[in-house]
Design a protein around this ligand. Sequence first.
Ligand code: 13P
Ligand code: ZN
Length: 278
Amino acid sequence: MEELLKAPFIKEIARTCSNMYRLGWDERNAGNISLLLEDGVINEYLDAAKVIRVIDIKFDASPLLGKTFVVSGTGKYFKNVEYEPEVNLGILRISGDGSKADLLWGLSDGGGPTSELPAHLMSHIERLKVDPLNRVVTHCHATNLVAMTYVHSLDERTFTRTLWKMSIEAIVVFPDGVSVLPWMLCGTESIGRATAEKMRVSRLCVWAHHGIFGAGKTLDEAFGLIETVEKAATVYTTIMNSRFLSNISDEQLRILADTFNAPYRTDYLDPVIKAINV
Ligand code: 13P
Ligand code: ZN
């Protein structure tokens, strides 16, 4: 059997957590991450019949029955994941009637999975419906993005348009735009359900005054989405009180998206008004 601590997916999650921490998006225990493992892959590393303990996840994750995830632990610090993966991460397999999870590895100090597990698993369920290759959901407190939610309209179209205009490749990286939820109590099933609903249409969901959720096929994709949003939000917060002398036009956004074959939300750009010759 291969050594789990040397598994590429454990190393990559640890690297991703460290990167997010160093970017200042995961103070203290902020942020959480989940990675859906390919069916059967875990058998290369451990005896999947050996369950360490059964965790009551208290919500219905039955569409994921039998699926195995690496998840971060609640109260754990992203900065520590690379040094003690076995304490800060857990490997869970959804079991029972879908409201239980078998702990197969990790959370070795007796801790539980992230308090945002409903948002993670419900988002996985919805993303898999639109993209069967989706594997990652991650959440962090990206600083400028959080700042932006205090001073910008939370209307999704308006919010997305601003971000698209603040960074040249934003529309190409997230043509599906960003969804936005108003302030809601975190760590609950209801914020989980609301997030998952938004994940049907976009891979990014902003939690006003809190942070962001991103989803993707790979850790790099989910990370890169958040990185690009945060870059755009940083430009916005830097210049928001300045007098704009120029801006990226809707027409330029359209040209960018078309050139890079990005399937963008056409309703998020203003319609082209054709001049009528009379
Ligand atoms: P956890 O420590 O439970 O993962 O919570 C961190 C967080 O960011 C809550 O939104
Ligand atoms: Zn959070």
